[in-house]
Design a protein around this ligand. Sequence first.
Ligand code: C5P
Length: 221
Amino acid sequence: MIPVLTIDGPSGVGKGTVSNIVANELKWHILDSGAIYRAFALAASKRDLLPENTKELIDLASNLELKFVSSPLKNDLEIYLDNQEVSSDLRTEKTAELASKFAMIGSLRESLLIRQRDFRKPPGLVADGRDMGTVVFKDAPYKVFLTANVEERAKRRLKQLHQKGITGNISHTLEEVRNRDERDSSRKHSPLKPSKEALIIDTSDLTVDEVVTKVMALVKV
Ligand code: C5P
């Protein structure tokens, strides 16, 4: 059985940063499932599809040409949609908001399952998202749920956006983070919630290194 470490949590909590460091240390593969939802949202909006166009959305989910290429130079992933690099378009809050609207559709989530499970390859996988431990990799031996207060998460999100050259202000970011969390937590299908077996880490007052140490301790037991 190929081991999986699931890292779930709300937006801006630092899942991506922690997942990247831990995957590097373990030399495991990584799945940024949010990037799949974001890429899907971008592709759907380019085709002018709306959340109610269920059939077309499911066709698109099955045929989406999506490629993740690790870029050691940028210490990041380059993401290609229909052979076009879309990494920076994916990171905007507008795309995230759209992604969370499409992510409410249960049949669409199901058609993205295989694509996510295909990332499980030896020697192991670190999977980052909202439902990695509860749905996609329910059988994962290692599960983590990261939390932090909403003000801290908005600050982290804003810093991340600035680093990527995207502008924004704190009150607006706070509102966006709140709205998206509310939608992700209250949806019917695969809502954001910790799996029963997950180690819950409140990262509000922890450094990235401290969080990584706690996560690594779980996997190394
Ligand atoms: O993690 P990220 O901010 O990139 O995710 C964007 C949106 O995609 C989330 O707000 C959520 O609605 C959706 N998502 C999801 N399930 C996942 C990952 C992301 O519903 N496993």
